[in-house]
Structures are given as C-alpha cells and as structure tokens.
Design a protein around this ligand. Structure first.
Ligand SMILES: [Zn+2]
Ligand SMILES: [Zn+2]
Length: 239
C-alpha cells in the first residue's frame, strides 16, 4: 500500500496528467491514455492459461472446472474470463476504483480486458452489459464501477454497452454471507430493462470482481431468461 504522501502525490500527478499510469503517474506503456506504465503492467498478477471455463481463474488438474468452481452450482454462462488474481497492484486498482473515487482505473482495466477478449472470445458478441448497482448504492458512490469497465472493453471491441439489467432489490453485501444465504439474497435481484433488447443476442455480462460468482450468475440468468442466446461472464479480477 502506498503511504499517504505517495497517494497524495499520485493523485496530484494524475490530476495534472490525467492520461498517465493511474498507479504511479508515469507515462503509459503503449502511449494510450490512462493505461498502466510498463513497470506497473509487469507487476500485475495476470492469470495465465489454461483457464477454468467456470470462473476464468487458473486451472490445474484434470477436472472440467477448478476446485473453487466444483463447490458452486453449475454456471449459466458458456465461459468466464478474468484478467487478474485479486492481489498486489490488481487488488489496489480494483479497490481504488471502487472505494477511493478513482474511476480512471476503470479505463486501464477495461482496455486490458478488451484486449484479452479480442484474442480469446470464441464468437462475436452483440452487447456488453454491466452488472447494475441498486440505485441507492449508485447515489452513494456516484458511479457504477462495472459500467466504467464496460466502456473500456467497448472501446477495444467496438461493441456497444447496453444497460439491459436493473437491480430491483437492495441486496446485502455478499462477502459476509454463506453460500445458501448468497443465493437467497440474490434471488430475483435483477430484471431486464427491456426484454426485447436481449433476444437472440450473445452478451458479455461484466463485473469488477468474481468471488463465488453468485452475483454474475444471477445477472447472467436474468439475461438468458430474457432470451439471450449466449452469455459470457467477464470480471477484472478473480478472488
Ligand atoms: Zn505505473
Ligand atoms: Zn473456476
């Protein structure tokens, strides 16, 4: 964790040079606005193949999914994609984005995710859908981090972001609940904003972090119920 002085300096630097690396303020590795610098990029804990189709995390052993996914109900999506392990500078980026009002981190995460999806998606997709926040949480935070990540992916893939879901239930924080409570907590939490939008579409459903996958699964199921032909789950980090 950077010291308070360092964070203050970084904040000043990124205010003065908004297109510099969001972690340290150095020039981006590829010159593209808001991207990480070469050093920070190198320090990021990328997940390396082979990937688990259930969560996008690392796969070891001979089973069809990773040990973490074995303990979860079958996933509604065709495949999941995740960029990082939730540690080091990836954890810092997600936390800064979500809790420290530093939305510029979303651009770098979204662009990196978009690049990965460009290489690894098995078929073209029609739209990118963010996991929505309940409006009360949106008002508290002022932005939806998943929506901002979608903008970065969209810039890379040239596919539109469609806010096709609404969160109709103010759910409790998933992290503190048991598996059964998680599923109950999210039951009926999402509904389509306009069901015709999803019909026969291949869709990316996007969130910042995948922990157990219950939130993404609930959102993906709402899209499939609304007629989506195929859903892929996308997260910046796998916890
Ligand atoms: Zn940097
Ligand atoms: Zn898995």
């Amino acid at each position: 964790m950077p010291s308070r002085l360092e964070s203050l300096l970084t904040a000043c630097l990124s205010a003065a040079f908004p297109f510099r690396c969001p972690v340290c303020g150095k020039p981006p590795f590829d010159g593209s606005p808001g991207m990480f610098c070469a050093e920070c990029l190198e320090s990021l804990p990328f997940i390396v193949p082979p990937y688990c189709p259930g969560c996008g995390g690392p796969m070891d052993g001979i089973l069809e999914v990773c040990p973490k996914c074995l303990h979860q109900p079958p996933r509604p999506w065709s495949r999941a994609f995740s960029l990082f392990h939730m540690e080091g500078n990836a954890r810092l980026a997600v936390m800064m984005l979500k809790y420290r009002n530093r939305p510029e981190f979303a651009r770098a995460l979204g662009r990196l995710l978009g690049g990965k999806l460009k290489r690894e998606l098995p078929c073209p997709v029609d739209m990118i859908v963010p996991v929505p926040l309940h409006w009360t949480r949106f008002v508290q935070r002022g932005f939806n981090q998943a929506d901002l990540i979608c903008q970065g992916i969209s810039a890379e893939l040239g596919v539109p972001v469609v806010r096709a879901l609404r969160r109709c239930k103010r759910t409790r924080q998933q992290a503190r609940l048991s598996r059964k409570e998680r599923i109950l907590n999210l039951m009926g939490a999402f509904s389509p904003t306009d069901s015709t939008k999803c019909e026969k579409r291949a869709i990316l459903i996007v969130d910042d972090v995948l922990t157990t996958g219950t939130t993404l699964a609930s959102a993906a199921s709402a899209l499939l119920d609304a007629g989506a032909s195929r859903v892929f789950a996308v997260s910046a980090a796998r916890r």
